[in-house]
Write a protein that binds this ligand. Structure first.
Ligand code: ZN
Length: 334
């Protein structure tokens, strides 16, 4: 791959707590030779494993952003054995505008991996993570939430792994993080191979992602899962062996049903959901109504679940267009 055009003043091999930016060149009307300041903190204390911790990959998902800001501020170099690299606002232009995607190029960072050294700013961020940060990393955690368009049950998610060895390592990482549910994704829904955690999987690095909250606001429960989960991982891997954190209940392993378990809007309208996230549903159960505003006297369309499962997310806004995902399901695995 081509060399990155982004740079930083951080020396990743130096001990101590350093704060600078991934400096992403961006030439605009306002700033011909300027760069986008993507915040980056490196905390290193001698040899040991490296954890790469990211949030704000989507700008309107907040639990991870706050958990990582808090971690970067409060954890001391002396507590570390090895290295933590923290990017709490990874798609910085999206974060500062409160949007899922970047206002500069409409780039959805979690659909642009492995990125492009000479692409738009969002593809350049992906490429920097891919070529500069992954080679330094032993584990990767990318914290997401439902954002403005989804109500999401708090879960950790991971890819199945490329071989039995990485599958076992990913399972160890999920158990250490300790979310209530750990969901193995099939790759047919969401971002498939173009996400940060799928890109990490391609490098053989154990990686997990999360969905922790809803509707572009902050969930106290989601924030607690993020903050404690990251600390549990740092403790379990010996990177912060004595860090204080809450113990979790044993995580329950699930499998996402993606397309086969999703209810999509067959047409536009106003969505009236009848089922909450986390609920058990069965095949044929009524999921809600879709009201037509174009044909006011028509009966609303009744939506049903096609398979049994647990509701992992539902659409948050009421206004709905054909093709919107209204519900997604997960099922327990042994
Ligand atoms: Zn996200």
């Amino acid at each position: 791959m081509a060399a990155t055009r982004a740079w930083t003043t951080i020396d990743f091999e130096k001990d101590g707590k350093q704060s600078d930016y991934m400096r992403v060149p961006f030439s605009s009307d306002k700033s011909a030779y300027g760069w986008i300041p993507v915040p980056m903190i490196c905390i290193r204390n001698g040899d040991g494993p490296t954890a790469l911790l990211t949030a704000g990959n989507h700008g309107d998902e907040y639990e991870g952003q706050i958990a990582l800001l808090e971690l970067a501020r409060t954890i001391n170099t002396e507590e570390i054995r090895g290295r933590i690299i923290i990017l709490p606002a990874l798609n910085y232009p999206a974060v500062v505008s409160g949007r899922r995607v970047s206002p500069l190029d409409e780039g959805n960072l979690n659909r642009l991996f492995p990125g492009d050294a000479d692409g738009g700013p969002t593809a350049m961020i992906a490429h920097y993570v891919e070529t500069e940060l992954f080679p330094l990393s032993d584990i990767v955690i990318d914290l997401h939430s439902g954002g403005k368009s989804l109500d999401h049950y708090p879960v950790a998610l991971a890819r199945p792994g490329l071989n039995p060895e990485t599958t076992a390592k990913i399972r160890t990482l999920l158990e250490a993080f300790g979310a209530p549910y750990s969901v193995v994704t099939t790759g047919e829904g969401g971002g498939a191979g173009s996400t940060l955690y799928a890109a990490a999987e391609q490098h053989g690095i154990p990686a997990l992602t999360t969905e922790l909250g809803s509707g572009g606001t902050l969930s106290a429960r989601g924030l607690s899962i993020a903050a404690n989960g990251v600390r549990r991982v740092l403790r379990a891997y010996g990177i912060a062996p004595s860090v204080v954190t809450e113990d979790s209940a044993k995580t329950k392993f699930m499998r996402s049903l993606s397309r086969s378990g999703s209810v999509y809007a067959p047409r536009g309208g106003l969505f009236e959901p009848w089922v909450e996230c986390g609920a058990n549903v069965v095949k044929g159960q009524e999921a809600g109504l879709l009201h037509s505003f174009e044909d006011p006297l028509a009966q609303p369309l009744k939506l049903v679940f096609e398979v049994d499962g647990v509701v992992i997310c539902r659409r948050f806004p009421t206004l709905t267009e054909r093709g919107d995902c209204l519900y997604s399901l997960m099922v327990e695995v042994s």
